[in-house]
Design a protein around this ligand. Structure first.
Ligand code: NDP
Length: 265
């Protein structure tokens, strides 16, 4: 039997999820179709219901619908509750279930390069992605998590759910940072946050949630200028997909091989 999965978002044209899931399916010998659904702001909820009514097995959600997907689901995993947004939906016993696999995806990708234990982290951005990664980073035993955002009040709102983070204004970023995680969407405009020279001079590890297959993202280019070790979020994308694949199909695919197929080293 061929299983049917999909990703819904707007825009959706450039999504790599179909390719990633097809590679996973090939790897484990699963017959799968995985398509892109162009989301419609007016009809998103109907589109989701229709997908599952027609026998869809699993649906990934991308911007800008993660919060709406969260609101639709009857049951949510604890990490999904913390993120207040969902990127993975499926049905069980006639009920819609939701998870958010972004945080696990980030941690699994970071593990390839750095041990977060006792590290001083700086997260830049306070949107949906930032919300999804804070708790997994805390659980990875970071020593301190500082958060900075263009709109400080939005960062401060996160303190209610994550009282252990430190929110600072852009001009109050300290230099004792081991890892900078860019969770802004500035890359969509080809822009990057500019950090104090004194911080970049200490050569923190720079991780960009944004990704591009063929060229460095704006933040990765910026990190390279300062000789900082850096990675973009393509690995996170593959890892979050692997978590969703496991939820839907009960098999954990091998991710490094798929990452190398998408972007040969
Ligand atoms: P949101 O729209 O929810 O949040 C965007 C954030 O970026 C806000 O904090 C916003 O600040 C900030 N921002 C936007 N433009 C700028 C700018 N020019 N300068 C400084 N800050 C800016 O987006 P998400 O949280 O959903 O996504 C953030 C990024 O993470 C995106 O690039 C997305 O592609 C990526 N992502 C990658 C994943 C992966 O698997 N690799 C998974 C999920 C997300 P303000 O509050 O002031 O508006």
């Amino acid at each position: 039997m061929t299983l049917r999965c999909a990703v819904i978002g707007n825009p959706i044209g450039h999504s790599l999820s179909p390719l990633i899931h097809q590679y996973f399916a090939e790897q484990v010998g699963l017959s799968l179709t995985y398509t892109k659904i162009q989301g419609d702001d007016q009809w998103f909820e109907e589109q989701v219901k229709c997908f599952f009514n027609q026998g869809g097995k699993g649906l990934n959600i991308t911007a800008p619908y993660k919060e709406r997907a969260f609101a639709m689901a009857l049951l949510k995993t604890p990490r999904c509750q913390q993120a207040l947004s969902a990127n993975t939906l499926w049905m069980k016993d006639g009920q819609l279930l939701a998870d958010n696999t972004d945080g696990a995806g980030l941690i699994n990708d970071l593990k390839r390069s750095i041990d977060l234990t006792n590290k001083q982290l700086l997260i830049c951005g306070a949107g949906g992605a930032a919300r999804g990664i804070i708790m997994p980073l805390f659980e990875a035993k970071a020593a301190k998590i500082t958060l900075v955002n263009r709109t400080l009040e939005k960062a401060q709102r996160l303190l209610t759910d994550f009282p252990f983070i430190h929110c600072v204004a852009a001009n109050a970023i300290e230099s004792s940072i081991d890892v900078i995680i860019n969770a802004t969407s500035a890359n969509f405009e080809g822009k990057t946050w500019v950090f104090p020279e004194s911080l970049m001079a200490t050569k923190p590890f720079c991780y960009d949630l944004a990704y591009a297959v063929d060229e460095p993202t704006a933040f990765v280019s910026y990190a390279i200028q300062y000789d900082c070790p850096s990675m973009d979020g393509l690995g996170m994308l593959v890892e979050q997909a692997a978590e969703a694949f496991f939820i839907w199909h009960g098999v954990r695919p091998e991710t490094t091989e798929v990452l190398n197929r998408i972007r040969p080293q």
